[in-house]
Design a protein around this ligand. Structure first.
Ligand SMILES: *Cc1c(COP(=O)(O)O)cnc(C)c1O
Length: 438
């Protein structure tokens, strides 16, 4: 299958090229030329399949032309060595827990898939590939762990100094091997800007093979569609969709996750309505209300993985619906919550329903609680384990109430190794070329 650029100023490329390049030559995001639909029959019996089996069926629709079936099956099953279970929070509202992977956040799925796909595409003779990733928290850990020890690939994680929680930071600063952590004196948007500038730097790209692993990359982006199908299957399995419409709420920052859900819907998944749950970085929320899209600097919140002021994947949403504001505002409803509200939600859901949300999932839950109608069943993506935000959560519900999972405790014990850089592009470039500070 060919992949075209959302900017449409450069010829389409193969899957391999889209994955290795990350960003199109004209600075656009890659889109598959076709989105294949499932037969309605598939949905009648989908609940008999496991998460991994469902994911394989979805993967074939995207990658079946480019990767032989047995190899693709291996990549999918090797990526998904964990489940994404459905948990009932209250009447009609379910949490789809996407945090059972190695770094306890949903980004493990895309990152692990991408590492395996890239590894498959890279012949032995090719030069080392350098993965550049800007993170506001969870992307860095998921990508670093997804690629840890994968041959022929070096990962550079750029993160804003002082704006990432200790636990998040430990998950990409303690790994060593082929993972380099770069602490940037700036915001997440500054980190993202450095990465984007590097991709467009011709001189640098002659010397190094660079690729992205943000949700920009199709290999990370597309697998995120897997778990929407699983949500549907698991709800159907327990009879929660009988005579009910499905509403899906997605805590959103860069909008990769939500956009993958829209793809799933285009593939025939019966979702009645999507909700984009924002924190105070409500650029898309404002767009949905007014039709005006005004990216701006991000502000810090306690749901920091959604602190994004210029959501990259918005370009994909525009492209998917031919830039029609009317269609987009129909497909997606926006909600936004302040830090104060998020604290209140975490506490109330914990007290009343005995379910502990992380600050991101809390926005997802509340939007359903605010929106759902009688004939609807809602599921929100619980994008991270609450223990990833222990400091925040314990301030809300009291200390000693959040158990630290073994996986996280192990990271916290590791030795931190970080390089510091100012947000000047020339410094970053020199670092990439010579791998040391200046
Ligand atoms: C990355 C992330 C999000 C936002 O996902 P996008 O695809 O960037 O919209 C939400 N919650 C958590 C915990 C995340 O790590």
């Amino acid at each position: 299958m060919q992949y075209y650029s959302t900017n449409k100023n450069t010829p389409p490329v193969s899957l391999k090229e889209a994955v290795v390049k990350g960003l199109a030559a004209d600075n656009g995001l890659f889109m598959p030329e076709r989105i294949e639909k499932f037969e309605s029959l598939f949905f009648n019996s989908i609940h008999k399949l496991s998460f991994q089996e469902i994911a394989f069926e979805v993967a074939k629709k995207f990658f079946g032309e480019d990767i032989e079936e047995a190899k693709l099956e291996e990549i999918v099953f090797d990526t998904l060595q964990f489940d994404c279970p459905l948990v009932k929070v209250k009447e009609n509202i379910y949490s789809l827990e996407l945090f059972h992977g190695p770094t306890l956040a949903f980004k493990d799925v895309g990152a692990r898939f991408m590492a395996r796909l890239l590894n498959h595409f890279l012949g032995e003779k090719e030069k080392q590939v350098n993965v550049l990733v800007a993170t506001s928290g969870d992307t860095g850990s998921a990508v670093a762990n997804g690629f840890l020890g994968v041959e022929g690939i070096h990962v550079y994680v750029l993160y804003p100094k002082g704006k990432v929680s200790k636990i998040q930071e430990s998950q990409f600063t303690t790994l060593g091997k082929n993972i380099t952590a770069l602490e940037i004196d700036g915001t997440f948007d500054d980190c993202q800007h450095l990465v984007k500038t590097a991709f467009l730097d011709e001189e640098l790209n002659k010397k190094l093979v660079l690729t992205s692993a943000n949700s920009i990359n199709v290999a990370r982006f597309l697998p995120q569609a897997f778990y929407y199908f699983n949500a549907y299957a698991r709800l159907k399995e327990i009879g929660a969709l009988e005579a009910k419409e499905l509403v899906v709420s997605v805590p959103s920052g860069n909008f990769g996750n939500l956009t993958a859900g829209l793809f799933a819907q285009e593939m025939g998944l019966p979702v009645k309505q999507f909700i984009a749950a924002n924190n105070e970085n409500d650029i898309v929320y404002q767009y949905l209300k007014t039709g005006e899209y005004n990216p701006r600097s991000s502000v810090e919140t306690i749901a920091n993985a959604m602190d994004v002021g210029a959501p990259s994947n918005f370009a994909r949403i525009l492209d998917l619906y031919n830039h029609s504001y009317r269609t987009i505002a129909e497909k997606i409803i926006g909600f936004r919550y302040s830090d104060e509200q998020i604290r209140e939600i975490v506490q109330q859901v914990y007290r009343r329903n005995g379910y502990l949300c992380d600050p991101h999932g809390a926005c997802g839950f509340q939007s359903l609680d605010d929106y759902l109608q009688e004939n609807q069943t809602g599921v929100f993506l619980e994008t991270a384990h609450p223990a990833k935000f222990t400091e925040t959560i314990e301030q809300i519900i009291g200390t000693g109430n959040v158990a630290l999972p073994d996986k996280l405790a192990a990271f916290m014990k590791g030795k931190r190794k970080v390089s510091f850089l100012y947000k000047k592009y020339s410094d970053f470039k020199k670092f990439l070329l010579y791998n040391r500070n200046f």
